[in-house]
Design a protein around this ligand. Structure first.
Ligand code: 5GP
Ligand code: ZN
Length: 113
């Protein structure tokens, strides 16, 4: 499949990987919007949040666990951070492989778009 995040998860495209386990991979965003900007993805190709099945829903919990762990590792847990999942065109999702953004290290905007 021609999916950039599947290729990153498979190690076929280089990225700055911070964490991986059997189900989840986390790597730095190539175009960071904040001092810490990490993407957390399921290894399995799921196009968007809306495509998650009841059975597959638990991967979002795994992604949130990794976000919290990396926020501590990045030193932003105390000051606070934001996690975002864009879904679909009007949600601003550009890469059609489910991902969670972890953003922090500066005061983030009070508006969400
Ligand atoms: P979206 O708009 O789909 O929620 O976010 C996609 C994110 O993926 C963007 O923040 C973009 O900078 C990031 N991105 C796109 N292509 C690559 C890539 O090849 N490597 C990395 N590390 N990040 C990417
Ligand atoms: Zn994919």
């Amino acid at each position: 499949m021609d999916c950039i995040f599947c290729k990153i998860a498979a190690g076929e495209i280089p990225s700055d990987i911070l964490y991986q386990d059997e189900g989840v991979v986390a790597f730095r965003d190539i175009n960071p919007q904040a001092p810490t900007h990490v993407l957390i993805i399921p290894k399995k190709h799921i196009a968007a949040l809306t495509d998650l099945s009841e059975a597959g829903m638990s991967v979002v919990g795994e992604m949130a666990r990794v976000a919290n762990q990396l926020a501590r590792a990045e030193g932003i847990a105390e000051r606070g951070y934001r996690v975002v999942i864009n879904c679909g065109q009007q949600g601003g999702q550009l890469v059609p492989h489910l991902h969670m953004h972890l953003l922090g290290g500066r005061q983030l905007s009070e508006t969400l778009g």
